[in-house]
Design a protein around this ligand. Structure first.
Ligand SMILES: Cc1cc2nc3c(=O)[nH]c(=O)nc-3n(C[C@H](O)[C@H](O)[C@H](O)COP(=O)(O)OP(=O)(O)OC[C@H]3O[C@@H](n4cnc5c(N)ncnc54)[C@H](O)[C@@H]3O)c2cc1C
Length: 445
C-alpha cells in the first residue's frame, strides 16, 4: 500500500517581523507551518517608544499573533520559549511554565531577533532598562511618569532635580525618539498638571560615546536632528563613555578621561544590541561563525552553513553587513519562505538573497523627522509625513491603524497622552525607584 503523503513541515521561531512575514509568505503553499514564539503577540518595535511615553496603547503595536493568522489555515501558533534546536533529529524544543514541547520540522526558519547589549556590564540593566519588548516599554512608562509624581512629593529641591533628570544612553534612532518624546512630555504635555513642580524644568540628557547623533544618516541630517533636539530642550552630550550606572545616577568619562556624574533616577539604555542566544547555539552545533554581536553568519541564500533546511533571518542573521532593521527582517524572511516553497515544488533552491534598501527614517519631535531614501535626504515636516505614512502602512490591522491615527492627532495636534496608565506593580515593584527614594542626594563634586 502507498504511504500517505505528509505535508512539508515548516517551523518558524519568533513572531516579530521575520517570523510573521515568513509565515504569511507560506500561506499559498501546501506546507504545514508552526510558529513558535515566547510572546503571544507580534511586535512593531519601532513604536515601542510611543507606548513608553504614553502616546499609544500596548495592543496597538502588539496584536495577538493567532488573531493575525486566524484565516491562514496552514498555520498554527504555539506559545513557548525555544531552548534547543536539534539539527540532526530536526526538532525544536520549547518550554512554557506548564511543560516542554518538541516540534519536528522539515524546514526551519529562525527569526529570534536580538536583545539589548550592555557591552559586558549587565548590572546596568536594573537601573537603565533597554527597549525591546512590551514589558520594557511599560516598565519605562512606569519609571517616567512615576518620576514626575515623586518629584511632586519631594520637599528637597536637589532631590526634585534628580527625579526630573532623564538620561537616555545611545543617540541612534531609538534614543533620539525616546529623548525627543520625553522632552515633549515635560515641556508640553504635562503643563499645568502639577502644583509643586514645573515639569518644563526637567533636564533630558541624550548621551553617546559616538561623535554624532544619528550618525548613519550622514552629517547633514545628523546636524539637523541635533539642532531640533536642542530646540525642544534635549541636552545632547557626545563622546562620553558610560562607566557606571546605579539607582540615582550615571557616571561617564570623556575622551580625555574626565569623569562626570549625572544625578538621575530615570535612565534608559538604547546603546547596543546582542543577538538571541539561539544564534550561539546554532553556531556551536553547525560550526557556523557569529559576528561580534552574536549574529549567525549565513550563506548567501540565508541558510545555516551545512544545513540547507535551516534559514536564519532578520536581526539574528549576519550577511553582507546588512543592518538590524525591519526591512532586512521582512525581506530575508520572505526570501526564506520563497526558497522553501520552491523546494516543495521540486524547483531549484539556493538562490542568493538580494536586499532592496527602502531607506531609513527617524522622528525627532512632533512634526520633525529625518529620512534618507535613495538619494533623497529630507528633514523636518516632509520627512515626518513620510515617516507617518510608512509606519501606518506597516502597522498590522485596520483597527490599530485607525486608533493610532486618533492617538497621534490627540498627542501631536493636541497636547494629550491617552495612555498614561501605570499599575501599582509597575510603580512599587521596581527596586531601582524604591532604592532611589531612600538614598540621599550626592554631595556636589
Ligand atoms: C526600540 C526599537 C526601535 C526600532 N526602530 C526601527 C525603525 O525605526 N526602523 C527599522 O527599520 N527598524 C527599527 N528597529 C529594528 C527592527 O524592529 C528589527 O530589525 C526587527 O524587529 C527585527 O525583526 P526580527 O523578526 O528579526 O526580530 P524581532 O522583531 O526582535 O522578533 C524576535 C521574535 O522572536 C521571539 N523570540 C526570541 N527568542 C525566542 C525564543 N528563544 N523562543 C521563542 N521565541 C523567541 C521574540 O519574542 C520575538 O517574537 C527598531 C528596534 C527597536 C527595538
Amino acid at each position: 500500500m502507498q504511504e500517505p503523503r505528509t505535508a512539508h513541515r515548516v517551523v518558524v521561531i519568533g513572531s516579530g517581523f521575520g517570523g510573521l512575514f515568513a509565515t504569511r509568505a507560506l500561506r499559498r503553499t501546501s506546507a504545514e507551518v508552526t510558529l513558535v514564539a515566547k510572546t503571544t503577540h507580534h511586535l512593531f518595535q519601532p513604536l515601542l517608544y510611543q507606548v513608553a511615553t504614553g502616546i499609544l496603547a500596548a495592543g496597538e503595536i502588539a496584536p495577538a499573533t493567532r488573531h493575525i493568522l486566524r484565516d491562514q489555515r496552514n498555520a498554527r501558533v504555539l506559545l513557548g520559549e525555544v531552548t534547543s534546536i536539534d539539527l540532526e533529529a530536526r526538532t525544536v524544543t520549547s518550554v512554557t511554565p506548564s511543560g516542554t514541547t518538541t516540534t519536528p520540522y522539515d524546514s526551519l526558519i529562525v527569526a529570534a531577533g536580538a536583545a539589548p547589549s550592555y557591552f559586558g556590564n549587565d548590572r546596568f540593566a536594573e537601573h537603565a532598562p533597554g527597549m525591546k519588548t512590551i514589558d520594557d516599554a511599560l516598565e519605562m512608562r512606569g519609571r517616567i511618569f512615576e518620576a514626575f509624581e515623586l518629584a511632586e512629593l519631594e520637599p528637597d529641591p536637589t532631590l526634585v532635580q534628580r527625579w526630573l533628570t532623564f538620561v537616555v544612553v545611545g543617540a541612534g534612532a531609538t534614543g533620539v525618539e525616546m529623548a525627543g518624546q520625553i522632552a515633549e512630555l515635560a515641556h508640553r504635555t504635562l503643563k499645568g498638571n502639577f502644583r509643586n513642580i514645573d515639569p518644563s524644568r526637567s533636564r533630558i540628557v541624550l548621551l553617546d560615546a559616538a561623535p554624532s547623533v544619528l550618525g548613519s544618516f550622514g552629517e547633514r541630517l545628523s546636524g539637523k536632528a541635533t539642532r531640533e533636539l536642542e530646540d525642544i530642550g534635549v541636552e545632547v552630550q557626545l563622546g562620553l563613555k558610560v562607566v557606571d550606572v546605579d539607582a540615582t545616577g550615571i557616571d561617564v568619562v570623556d575622551g580625555a578621561g574626565k569623569h562626570q556624574r549625572i544625578e538621575s533616577v530615570c535612565k534608559m539604555w538604547a546603546a547596543g544590541v546582542s543577538a538571541s542566544p539561539l544564534g550561539a547555539q546554532l553556531a556551536a552545533a553547525s560550526g557556523a561563525k557569529v559576528d561580534r554581536t552574536g549574529r549567525v553568519e549565513v550563506n548567501p541564500d540565508c541558510t545555516l552553513p551545512g544545513h540547507p533546511d535551516v534559514f536564519v533571518v532578520g536581526d539574528l542573521m549576519a550577511l553582507d553587513g546588512l543592518p538590524g532593521v525591519a526591512q532586512v527582517a521582512i525581506q530575508s524572511a520572505e526570501h526564506a519562505a520563497d526558497q522553501i516553497a520552491r523546494r516543495i515544488r521540486g524547483d531549484d533552491v539556493g538562490l542568493p538573497f538580494r536586499y532592496k534598501d527602502k531607506g531609513s527614517m527617524a522622528t525627532v519631535s512632533r512634526f520633525h523627522a529625518v529620512a534618507s531614501v535613495g538619494r533623497l535626504r529630507l528633514a523636518g515636516f516632509p520627512a515626518w509625513v513620510m515617516w507617518l505614512v510608512v509606519h501606518l502602512l506597516y502597522l498590522v490591522g485596520f483597527k490599530n491603524r485607525l486608533t493610532t491615527v486618533l492617538h497621534w492627532t490627540h498627542s501631536f495636534v493636541g497636547r494629550g497622552r491617552a495612555e498614561r496608565v501605570i499599575t501599582s506593580q509597575q510603580v512599587l515593584g521596581r527596586s531601582a525607584i524604591e532604592g532611589a527614594r531612600r538614598l540621599p542626594a550626592a554631595p556636589p563634586e
